[in-house]
Design a protein around this ligand. Structure first.
Ligand SMILES: [Zn+2]
Length: 118
């Protein structure tokens, strides 16, 4: 019986993947963005996951900037950043990608130097 994890002859082994650099704002899933907006009493251009998925499928710089602004505007508290960090790390670990770099972000409001998510 053959080893199911063995790489067949001639096939390339799976290439290990990892992220060298990531902005936390870019990791926010639509369902999370909806929750953040609700929690912070904010409105988004769409109020469904499908609607926000459309917003995330940008085809121009203007659309990308709009999606980035809509997302960062919903990140208001240390808890918001804690949530998106935990969710991002969970997804990366589930994919088997070691988190290689410290996620970066630029808090837009509500956070001061020294604030820490718990
Ligand atoms: Zn960057």
């Amino acid at each position: 019986m053959s080893d199911p994890a063995a790489v067949p002859p001639g096939a390339r082994p799976a290439t290990p993947k990892f992220e060298l650099h990531v902005h936390l704002e870019g990791t926010v899933e639509p369902v999370t963005l909806l929750g953040l907006a609700r929690r912070n009493g904010l409105r988004l251009p769409a109020d469904t996951v499908a609607g926000l998925e459309k917003m995330y499928r940008f085809t121009s710089l203007d659309q990308f900037i709009n999606a980035w602004i809509q997302t960062t505007n919903c990140l208001r508290t240390a808890e918001d950043f804690r949530q998106i960090t935990v969710e991002y790390i969970g997804r990366v670990v589930a994919l088997g990608w070691p988190p290689m770099s410290r996620p970066s972000s630029r808090p837009q409001s509500g956070l001061k130097d020294g604030d820490r998510a718990r």
